[in-house]
Structures are given as C-alpha cells and as structure tokens.
Write a protein that binds this ligand. Structure first.
Ligand code: C2O
Ligand code: CU
Length: 489
C-alpha cells in the first residue's frame, strides 16, 4: 500500500508537505492497508456488462501509445433490439477507451470515413495548439477519406475525453466521443475495482434514424437538445454487479451534448476524490453528484444492499433552464445488482490528498465575461452572446505566456452553461476570491442560472488561439464561444 502514501504526500512530484501531514496520512493509509487487502473485492465479472472496449496500442515502446482510430457510421445496439445508425469511432459507442500513463507520448492515426469533415479535440489535455483539433486554428478539417496524425504528450494524470470540433453538436450528438484515461502509478488509491463510465444520450426513432441535429429549430438550440435514450458506456440501463459494502472507483465523464447528470444512488454517498484534472485537494462526500457536459468526476462508491437485491443510479432533475424540469421525470441510469456474498464491514476509504498550489490573485489580470441571450430577432432567431457579441462577431481575448488571469463569468441568461476553456486548467474561486475547497483543477465548470463563476488560470508556454465555449454544444453553435489569443512574452 506504499503507493497510496506516496499519492497522499505528493501527487506528481510536488513534495513540500508539512511533516505532520505526512505522518497523519501515513497512519490513515496504514489503517486502510490492514483493513483492505489490495485485491479485488467485487464479484467475478462484475463489470462485464458495461466495460468499455479499449484501443489497441500497436507500439511496443512502453512510453508510447500508438493507435489507429477511424470515424465511421455503424449500427449500434444500445438496448436489446434497439439499434441506432450512429456516428462512431471504430464502430463503437462510445469510441474505444485510450489508456496511457502520465508522460507517455500518444500517437493517433486518425481516418475519417464520415460523410462530413471532422477533427478530434482532446478535451482537457494540455496539448500544443496544433493538436487541439480546432479547424483553421489547429489544423485543416479532416475531409472524408483523409488521414490526420495526432501526436502529443499526456502531461497530467486524470480522465479526459475526445470528440470532434466540427459541427460539434451534431457530431457529438450522433455518437462521436470516447474516453482517454491517463494513469499515474502514484494515483492508485487502493481501490482496485475501477471502471470508466461515459455518460451520454442519443436521440433516434423506431427505424434507428438519428434525430435531426436541428430538431425544434431555434428553441431546440436555446434549450440544448437532449437525446431520448440515456447511455452509460453506450448502453441503456446497463447492470454493474457489486458485493455489498465493497468500494468501487468510478471515473465518470459526461459526454452528452447538452444533458446534465445530477446523479443519485438512492441516497448512498459518493466519495469524491478527483475532478477534471486528476485528484483533488482532499475527498468530499456528497449525496448527489452533478456532472455537467464536459466535466469529469473521480468517485468511490460503496454500494450497500441486500444480497440478490439491486440499487438504481438515477439522474435527478436539475434546473438548467426552461424545459429541464417542467414535465420531466427523474430518470434511471444504471442498475447495481448485488451478489449473494455477505455485506462487508464498513471500509476506511483512502485519505487521498493532493498538494495544490493556488496561483496568486495579486497581480492577476482581470477578465470579465457576461453571458446573455437577448430576445429573439424578428426572424425568430436567437443567439447567445459573450460580452454583447456572438462568436462570429467576437474579437479574441488577449493573454501572454506566463500570465495569470482572474476570470469572472457572469450568467445573465436564463440557461445554465458549462463553461469550458481549451488547453488549460483553472482553479475556481469563491466571491471573496479565495480558492474553493477542496481545490481541484478544472477545465469545465457550470455557471448556474443567474450565477457567477470565478477562476484563476495560468497560461503556460503554449502560445496559440485557445477556444472557450459553453459545452452545451448547441449553445456553442448558437454563439456562446470565444478565443483567447495567447501570445509570446
Ligand atoms: Cu470538449 Cu471545445 O470542447
Ligand atoms: Cu450554454
């Protein structure tokens, strides 16, 4: 269990932790080690009904992950007899899980066999701008039949994901997304039973034909279209098996183009240990877990129930704007089915700790952003605006390599927006400009209706035009996007 202790005191090489804390964490880990053997506690085949397929690394070099990936149409069965003609990576929904270790070089030979141009954006990964997948900024669009090679180093452990950045709402909504898990041996937290869960949704009719990407017209854009089937790893209401009382680590990403997931496990707690950019400052327990589009959560759950019984993971209603709670029901997401093994005694959960050095507020350049949705024009068209202008009229925001900026994003529209910045992590602050604890690196953060978020971002040595946008992809297409021009010092 030594690795747990090393995680606790120094995630990724930061190592100045007071001695007292080291001692404290050490003893907690020691208790955990004796209480919980580092072996699987889950029933055999617990994740067989749900596990993601994985990309095949064809490079023997242990520090290079080299894969082939093809975007193409495929018939995908999301539930018995329910087949959708989806847009996929490698024929699967979601695309294959790409696994790498922190510091690895990832090479993806990408082929586009879609009837449309596309690109791949590596959401949350600190890639060079040339690998960011934004057409005309990072690279030309990859046309049908063309090949593009993505090649970058994964610097940070955590769960990331990949998706197109061309007609994003339509392409992501049609099934183009997958997870990228960057592991760090130091991040093993002592819970062996781990699974990556890609939450999403998809809309299609009884013939398996995808719902049109502009269904509902301008009102559909303003709401942010949700598919009628909720998917976990591409399946409707899959089953995960569990031994009552045995902890499981869930690495979750919300890849839906608009849908929020406010998860609830019949009131049983989520022990949150990490967010978008890896482990967080310290764990936090919550009964409902909000994951907005683009966000990730790293949680430990210890489902409890009677042998042979079940527990349901549900999505509760969350008010993200008109249409999200009216005439809507709580929805089922996945079933946990208990084995007939006896319930395990209460486990001590790992005292995960990450030393996060908050950037300084003093000296940070202020950037104020207001999000609005003016009434529709005479043509019935609506557009979201950032500081008064939609994306197509906006000038870039400016930054310099090495600069720290303090962003305030105020929401004056009647819809919530998951605000996403490409290429950089940021640290959320409260209204007093103090870091929100537990501190966690984020790249996507919900701005509630009438709410304001504040964050610090340090622009590192990767100049370029970096996008920010709402991750309700219909909103992004509807104007809620912008650029940061990061120039040399
Ligand atoms: Cu998931 Cu422009 O991003
Ligand atoms: Cu939005």
């Amino acid at each position: 269990m030594g690795h747990t202790t090393s995680t606790s005191v120094s995630a990724r090489g930061r190592s100045t932790v007071p001695l007292l804390l080291v001692a404290l964490v050490w003893s907690t880990s020691a208790v955990m080690a004796s209480a919980q053997a580092p072996t699987s506690l889950a029933p055999a085949g617990w994740d067989a009904g749900i596990k993601l397929s994985e990309a095949r690394d064809r490079n023997p070099d242990p520090s290079i992950v080299e894969i082939d990936l093809t975007a193409r149409l495929a018939d995908v069965e999301v539930a018995p007899g329910k087949i959708v003609k989806a847009w996929t990576y490698d024929g699967g929904l979601p695309g294959p899980l790409i696994r790498a270790h922190v510091g690895d070089r990832v090479i993806v030979h990408f082929t586009n066999h879609l009837p449309q141009p596309t690109t791949i954006h590596w959401h949350g990964v600190r890639v060079p701008i040339e690998m960011d997948g934004v057409p005309d900024i990072s690279q030309p669009e990859v046309k049908g039949g063309d090949i593009f090679t993505y090649d970058f180093i994964v610097r940070d452990a955590g769960l990331y994901w990949y998706h197109p950045h061309v007609m994003s709402a339509a392409q992501v909504g049609s099934g183009l997304y997958g997870a990228l898990l960057v592991e760090d041996p130091a991040d093993a937290v002592g819970v062996i039973d781990e699974i990556t869960l890609v939450l999403s949704d998809i809309g299609f009719d009884s013939k398996g034909v995808l719902e049109s990407a502009d269904s509902g017209g301008p009102a559909g854009m303003v709401f942010g279209r949700e598919g009628n089937y909720i998917l976990v790893n591409g399946k409707v209401m899959p089953t995960l098996r569990a031994r009552s009382g045995a902890p499981q680590r869930w690495r979750i990403v919300n890849a839906a183009k608009s849908r929020y997931f406010l998860l609830d496990l019949e009131g049983q707690p989520f022990y949150v240990i990490g967010a978008d950019g890896g482990l967080q400052e310290r764990p936090e327990t919550t009964e409902t877990l909000l994951i907005t589009p683009g966000e990730r959560a790293d949680v430990i759950v210890t489902p409890r129930g009677s042998s042979g019984g079940t527990l349901t993971l549900r999505a509760q209603l969350y008010n993200r704007g008109y249409g999200s709670v009216e005439y809507r029901n709580v929805e089922d997401v996945l079933t946990i089915a208990f084995s007939d093994q006896p319930t395990l005694p209460v486990q001590t959960l790992p005292a995960v700790h990450r030393d996060i050095a908050a950037p300084k507020v003093a000296g940070a350049t202020r950037v104020d952003v207001v999000l609005t949705l003016p009434p529709a024009g005479a043509d019935g068209k609506s557009e979201f605006r950032v500081n008064g202008v939609p994306f197509w009229k906006a000038k870039p925001y400016m930054a310099t390599v090495g600069e720290t900026q303090l962003w305030t994003v105020k929401n004056e529209s009647k819809f919530a927006h998951p605000f996403h910045l490409h290429g950089f992590f940021f640290l959320p602050l409260d209204e007093k400009l103090e870091p929100i604890h537990p501190m966690a690196w984020k790249d996507t953060l919900n701005v509630p209706i009438d709410g304001t978020i504040r964050f610090l971002v340090v622009f590192d040595e990767r100049p370029g035009m970096w996008m920010f946008h709402c991750h309700i992809l219909d909103h992004a297409d509807g104007g809620l996007m912008g650029h940061v021009h990061l120039g040399p010092r």
